[in-house]
Design a binder for this molecule. Sequence first.
Ligand SMILES: [Zn+2]
Length: 478
Amino acid sequence: MSAAGGGTWLWARRAWLRGQWAEGVLLRVGADGRWAGLRSGVALPPPEATVLPGAVLPALVNAHSHAFQRAFVGLAERRDGPHDDFWSWRDRMYGVALRITPEQLHAVARHLYSELLAGGFSQVVEFHYLHHQPGGQPYADEATMARALAEAAREVGIGLTILPVLYERAGFAQPALRDDQRRFATDVDAVLRLRDAVRGWALPQVGAGVAVHSLRAARADSIHALARALQGDPGPIHVHVAEQTAEVDDCLAATGRRPLQWLADEGLLDARWQLVHATHTVPGEIAAVAASGAGVVICPGTEANLGDGLCDLPGWLASSTPLSLGTDSHVTRTASEELRWLEYGQRLLQRRRNVAADAAVPPAAQPSTAARLFERVLAGGTAAAGLGPAGLRVGARADLLVLDEADPALQGVPGSHLLDAWVFAAPQRPVLQTWVAGRHCGPAGIGAGPTASADAAGASASSAPSAFAAAMAALHGR
Ligand SMILES: [Zn+2]
């Protein structure tokens, strides 16, 4: 490969190729926004190449988001009753869900997506259940709220997978939704219409799959009907599952089976399915999921914040299950922080170090723990988002992040240990740039207005209130 020929040329002094650092890497972006050529050992950048200003990693997929919950971050960290748990948090979160307008959702999502780009994510998967007007009536255009998300993503440049959610009832033994869930109501036909509406927009880097809220919130016959309607459809299918022990207990009482076992026994799972949280499992369930090809989406920051519990990370890693990360309620919004807490939770639980290291590999031949987790969630994330191949390789979407090697946290770190230091020893976020489909999108890339750049850089807010600040003030009565 020479630097002659079409496309956009990029050059990095150091880049992460196929699980390790390579020196002097020349990359070519094709007209379709995918990698069209890569070569290492190119000591000097050709004149037509843009020089990337630091070490280059593939950017990651954020495989689980409820963007509107960004408007609630930091506002539920005080105990206001004797029992503060997931369920009491959810009641308070619904207060925001019942008020937020399409315009406010757009402002909140735009702010969030700029932060996610700054945190090293190039794609976000929206588990989208906030469809209707505050009173519960459909909007004239039933995809109004989804459109607000898509516009926000388009403006900042992040890739987006929208998953309209099947949401029918308040619990296993409750035939209908609670009144405060009225904005969420859908049936199988509505979910498919919303999916088709998103696909019909044909926006660049915006795709759609579907989701089932949870086994407690959708009837078994509806889940089967949805699965039948999706035969032959390549889009991802996500479901919240086994996040809370109460949900496992309720599922056992209602069906005689644990949630993951139920999904596997019903013959529903395949490689399109993504099991969000999958926190509370027994070994037989992990084996059943691994045999199905389905993936698991872990949300370490939110699972810690909500007191969900810790998943069986060693069990999932030892199985062939694809794994990915999500920031879910968005109390944390940085890829490296999610990776750090994925490992740290296990260290605290087991009182050991490098829990995610591969027990089958001799210690002297171990890849770094950060590298093992990064590679696993890189591949699992693109599957969860319905994208093609992952990483810096021909055919994958041309997404990357640039680490600032001059950041105080990374200064003096040997090049071979940059990924380890970024994950475990860089509490700030030394992501200089995130590129999506061959374009520099953030921080302060395309679409980044003054507010987005200031937010991304951690600078003080400008004197003019941002649309995000205005939305927050309106939502929280200030
Ligand atoms: Zn969720």
